[in-house]
Write a protein that binds this ligand. Sequence first.
Ligand code: PFF
Length: 460
Amino acid sequence: MAKRTSLHGLWSSRMAFILAVSGSAVGLGNIWKFPYVAGANGGGAFVLFYLLCVALIGLPIMMAEILIGRRGRRNPVATMRIVGEEEGSRPSWALVGIMGVIAGIIILSFYSVIAGWSLSYIAHAALNRFEGADADLVNGLFGGMLGNWKVLAFWHTLFMIITVWVVARGVERGLERAVRFLMPSLAVLMVALLGYAIINGDFRAGAAFLLEPDFSKLTGEAMLAALGQAFFSLSIGMGAIMAYGAYLPEGTSITNTSISVVIADTAMALLAGLAIFPIVFAHAMDPAAGPGLIFQTLPLAFGNMVGGHLFGTLFFVLLTFAAWTSSIGLIEPAVAWSVETHGRSRAAAATVIGVIIWALGFLTILSFNEFEHIKLFGRTLFENLDHLSSNIMLPLGGLFITVFAGWVMCKNSTAEELDLGTGTAYRLWRFLARWVAPAAVLLVFLHATGLLHFFGITTS
Ligand code: PFF
């Protein structure tokens, strides 16, 4: 079969692809979200279940996304349709791509608001506002920011502008450059922060909380949160990695690339958790404090360490960069789709979609202040957007993607893309993609909705 070529250019090397995919994977999900979601769901057992989800569901689905993307070489909507038709199935597989485009738009709408917090903390850190900080000071800074929607809107707007700007410039020039130096720098900084936490925090309590499982805390909701977090953190289930796969040259190993990215992403999340919880416990703070967790704990560390002024500023600069490279992945499916279907330029597509996401961001902004009391299903607007996209749309998208790769695509096609031969490694992937990943996602869904119980199946 003649191979299609991408309409947006190709990655210049395997390294460029790995950097772009890890740039998309490593972001606020690792450093902001993982610690607070783990904290809110009881720690150890959540983390263990999260690791299982990453290895048994996340890795095979990431491989599936990349291979489908490279085979289709179009935006995720067109790719699912074209590859589906090629494999003798229905064009309606495009719906999976459409759900992904929508999930990306919803996620970026709140992601950008949180990235805005990080931007504003660059300013706080640079102005040395954390110096000698105690709990009152950090709570005051955080609460002051959260309570004022205009402040949140300002930083959210700034973040959306820099995201749209880089996306408008295109794959080659825009995406590649941004990731090359920043990931390694962030990793080095996190290791240094871990060192600080070991010396000055309550490391024993922090590590025990994160690593010692208490299975009585692993409720259906907590399992769903772990599953959603695995999808969110690996950027899978919405076609972002599929869109990146479309720019992947032939002959690059999808398996090795995916394994490297999964390891890097997981290491970063664990590192963040291990650095943050010792500080939480040393200051008798609440591990279940919610989305403000890192913004209320890390300034305590920066404010009381030697060189904290510089270190804190650098940390929030790099965190913002990590968020930025992830945002590019969130908006890419929508932009690629719009360019290919409406014939818009990248710049026009990125601007139009960026404005829609920017406007949607106000739901999140206001849910922290003016609309704080508005609750649907017991959750604020932000919590609903996050739950719907991360815990429902991404796992559902991932479920369809893995069923597509495992059942709709024939063995020859997937074996050809994965280039593993037909030995144990390939068979293991196919078994995970066909059976384990779909069954696990379904079970977690059923368990979280209480339906397992309804069917008379009890898990505890
Ligand atoms: N993986 C990113 C993070 O952990 O911050 C978030 C994300 C980026 C999710 C891109 C989905 C995506 F397509």
